[in-house]
Design a protein around this ligand. Structure first.
Ligand SMILES: [Zn+2]
Length: 437
């Protein structure tokens, strides 16, 4: 069966960059844009050219150097903005002007102070101007999810008539629920001509940005707007990596394709964190430090026997070199033995028992047992440092990003090695299970 293709519109450099603590200068935005191209996104929204000289320069530089994806620039629905956006974009191989205008009564009344009729005319006129400059024009009715449906349809019809080829429906304030957003998209899809692409742009104020985006795709949207690490205004935008991997892991429910090269997701996340200094929360899906970590003994034991027991996707599939078996107080002998093996030690049952006993005492006192702690334990258990190879003593402490870059016997193979158990190990395994309960 032919799977429908979803256009991935990345707005990390526009909506994402607008969020506190995420601003980037021109060279930084260029580095990020290069990584987004490697990642295989279809559209890069490079900035909001009228917003500042820096934004203009960034859009212009990206338009001139990033050749494969469409490069979009944002503009309010007015002449000055649209012309400025076009100046920045005109060097692109495939430029797109993205015009937005609020359509909800609350925005019309309090922010724009215009009537619905004025809004309708402004939307149509601005799209006509954009279309006279650029063949590819996108329109967003800001705060669409709080807009009167009848009026929303009127505006959308007017901008399609004016030449808009993509209609992006923003849940600007993160207010919508998945079923509700899906119904809205389905309604719009049914009323608009097939040649027009319907797009979703969801914010995460209620933690539903990804769920809403997937619901929109199910209802006929063929473009999603999203950001790396889900950065963006307030609680952020829909996370690109989560949407892509949801479709990748569950094609039975979401039979859609994207051009994203999933192995580039983690490098993109790391680069963005490095550039902005804004770290990813540890338990963030796909790209968080703990996204592939397993500490509980029963989980570790299952993982070592067959990763599919607790892993719905491999860390390698999203560009993380290896999953992390975190040694903590819930870990079992099995994981402790494997980590020791990775450090170059083989223990018989008696030795491992002794090290494990000391490990449990230590793990009760500190949250996470790092490699240097383990080395000290081994040294103490053996009674002398003489038997520990010097290169092992020189091993740096595992921390953050460097962990993923280090080479280990496990990482070398690209897949975890799963030790084969003999019947004699059975008792050990039982104990591991107890530690995980
Ligand atoms: Zn937004």
């Amino acid at each position: 069966m032919q799977r429908a293709r979803i256009t991935v519109f990345d707005t990390t450099l526009r909506d994402g960059e607008q969020s506190p603590g995420c601003s980037m200068n021109v060279p930084e935005k260029l580095r990020m844009a290069n990584q987004l191209e490697r990642l295989g996104v279809d559209v890069i929204e490079a900035g909001f050219p009228i917003a500042s000289e820096g934004d203009f320069a960034a859009v212009q530089a990206i338009a001139a150097t990033i050749r494969r994806p469409i490069i979009a620039g944002l503009a309010r629905a007015c002449t000055q903005d649209i012309e400025r956006a076009w100046q920045a974009l005109r060097g692109a191989v495939r430029p797109r002007i993205h015009v937005f205008l609020a359509t909800s009564d609350i925005h019309l009344q309090y922010k724009l102070k215009i009537s619905r009729q004025q809004c309708l005319e402004q939307a149509r006129d601005s799209i006509r101007l954009a279309k006279s400059l650029c063949a590819d024009v996108e329109f967003s009715p800001e705060d669409a999810t709080r807009t009167d449906h009848k009026f929303l349809h009127q505006v959308l019809e007017a901008v399609v008539e004016g030449g808009a080829t993509t209609l992006n429906i923003p849940d600007t304030v993160g207010y919508s629920m998945p079923e509700e957003f899906g119904e809205l998209i389905q309604n719009i899809r049914q009323r608009m001509p097939d040649k027009v692409t319907i797009s979703a742009h969801c914010h995460n104020d209620l933690g539903l940005a990804v769920a809403n985006s997937l619901s929109a795709i199910g209802a006929g949207a063929r473009q999603v707007e999203c950001t790396i690490n889900g950065i963006g205004e307030r609680a952020g935008n829909a996370s690109l990596e989560e949407i892509v991997m949801a479709m990748r892991v569950r094609p039975d429910r979401y039979p859609y394709e994207t051009g994203v090269i999933a192995e580039q997701l983690f490098p993109a996340s790391q680069l963005l964190s490095d550039l902005t200094g804004s770290t990813v929360q540890a338990n963030k899906a796909i790209t968080g430090r703990n996204a592939f970590a397993h500490e509980a003994g029963i989980h570790q034991d299952g993982m070592l026997k067959n990763p599919l027991t607790y892993e719905i996707m491999t860390p390698q599939s999203v560009g993380v070199p290896d999953s992390r078996l975190v040694l903590g107080k819930h870990s079992g002998r099995h994981a402790l033995g494997l980590r020791s093996e990775q450090l170059g030690f083989q223990f018989d049952r008696r030795e491992l028992d002794e090290i494990y006993r000391r490990f449990v005492v230590l793990a009760d006192q500190i949250k996470r047992v790092e490699e240097h702690h383990l080395l000290e334990l081994i040294r103490a258990a053996r009674g002398a440092a003489g038997r520990i190879p010097t290169e092992v003593l020189a091993t740096p402490v595992i921390s953050g990003q460097s962990y993923f870059q280090r080479s280990s016997p496990v990482a070398h193979g690209g897949r975890r090695t799963v030790p084969v158990h003999s019947g004699a190990d059975h008792h050990n395994e039982q104990e591991d299970y107890l530690w995980g309960v």
